[in-house]
Write a protein that binds this ligand. Structure first.
Ligand code: DX5
Ligand code: ZN
Length: 228
C-alpha cells in the first residue's frame, strides 16, 4: 500500500483568502492540496474554477489535486491542465468506459495523473475496475458532494475496503483517497479500511490550529497504519 498522504481541502477556508489556505497547507506539511470544483449542476453548490486554480498555482509547489464535481468535464479538462492541476479527478457518474478513455488520454498526454471519484451511493462500475492501471487515485466520497463540514457516512467504508482488497489482489499501486468528513476521530477507521490519501476540509481548516491539525491527522493515520 502506498504511504499516507494528507490533502487539505481549501473549500473549508475563507474563499476570499485562498492564498492563506495554501500557506497553511504548506506550513503544516501537507502532501497535496485538494481543490473542489463544483458547477451547480452535478452538486448543489458553485465553488471556483480553473481561473482560481491558476491564480493559486504560483503560491506553492505542492501537488494540486483537482476534484471536478462537474457534469461536463470534457469541456473544461484542458483549462484545468493549463491552470496547473497535477491530478484531475473525474466523477464516474458522468462517464462510461469510452468517455473516460478519452479524458484519461488527454490528461496523461500532458503528463498528469487521473483520479476517478464515486459518490457515497455509487458502486464502482466494471469499466472502472477494468481500467485501474490508468487511474492513479480512486476517490471514495464519504459525504454527498457539495459542501465541506458534513459528517462522514460510515456505511461507505465497506466500499473502501472492497476496492483496497481488489487493488492489493491485482498488485496495483492505486491510491485510495477518502473524501468527506475525515476528522481526527475517524482517521483510524478510514486507514484501517484501506484509505491512504486523506482529504480534510473542516478537519484542518475548521480547527483552531489548522497548521498543527495537518500533523495531528498524519500522526493518527500513521499510527493506525502501524497497527494494520
Ligand atoms: C465535498 C468535497 C469535499 C469536502 C471536504 O463536495 O468534495 O472535498 O470539501 O471537506 P470536509 O472534510 O469538511 O468534509
Ligand atoms: Zn473533494
Amino acid at each position: 500500500m502506498n504511504g499516507i498522504r494528507i490533502a487539505p481541502s481549501i473549500l473549508a477556508w475563507d474563499l476570499g483568502d485562498l492564498e492563506k489556505a495554501v500557506e497553511i497547507s504548506v506550513r503544516g506539511g501537507a502532501d497535496q492540496i485538494h481543490l473542489d470544483v463544483i458547477d451547480g449542476h452535478f452538486a448543489p453548490n458553485i465553488t471556483f474554477g480553473a481561473g482560481t486554480v491558476k491564480a493559486l498555482r504560483p503560491r506553492t509547489d505542492l501537488k494540486f489535486d483537482t476534484h471536478l464535481m462537474i457534469e461536463n468535464p470534457q469541456a473544461y479538462v484542458e483549462k484545468f491542465l493549463d491552470a496547473g492541476s497535477d491530478i484531475i479527478t473525474f466523477h464516474a457518474e458522468v462517464l462510461n468506459g469510452g468517455s473516460f478513455d478519452e479524458l484519461q488520454r488527454v490528461v496523461r498526454g500532458r503528463g498528469r495523473e487521473v483520479g476517478l471519484a464515486f459518490k457515497p451511493k455509487t458502486e464502482v462500475p466494471r469499466w472502472a475496475l477494468d481500467r485501474l492501471d490508468k487511474i492513479s487515485t480512486l476517490v471514495v466520497m464519504t459525504v454527498n458532494p457539495g459542501f465541506s463540514g458534513q459528517t462522514l457516512d460510515p456505511s461507505v467504508l465497506p466500499k473502501v475496503q472492497q476496492v483496497r482488497e481488489y487493488i492489493e489482489e491485482k498488485g496495483l499501486g492505486t491510491d485510495i483517497e477518502v473524501d468527506g468528513g475525515v476528522e481526527p476521530e475517524n482517521v483510524h477507521e478510514v486507514v484501517r479500511r484501506g484509505g491512504n490519501v486523506l482529504v480534510a476540509g473542516a478537519g484542518v481548516y475548521g480547527k483552531k490550529d489548522p497548521v498543527g491539525a495537518i500533523a495531528a491527522l498524519r500522526e493518527r493515520a500513521e499510527s493506525a497504519r502501524r497497527k494494520l
